[in-house]
Design a protein around this ligand. Structure first.
Ligand SMILES: [Zn+2]
Length: 58
């Protein structure tokens, strides 16, 4: 039985952001690969390098 590896790209336990926060370029939704700015209005995708704005839903 394989042990869980944090560096494994296909992590079944990865936390996913809502679809509206997903990277518009590559569709990345794993929180580990999306770095949110301090203002919470922009996200940097660590998978493809795209920076994009997100709309907060109140
Ligand atoms: Zn991306």
């Amino acid at each position: 039985m394989m042990t869980t590896n944090e560096n494994t790209p296909t992590n079944e336990n990865a936390e996913l952001v809502p679809p509206c926060f997903a990277c518009p370029k590559c569709g990345q939704r794993e929180m580990d690969h999306l770095i949110c700015d301090d203002d919470g209005e922009s996200v940097a995708c660590q998978t493809c390098g795209t920076n994009y704005a997100v709309t907060q839903l109140d």
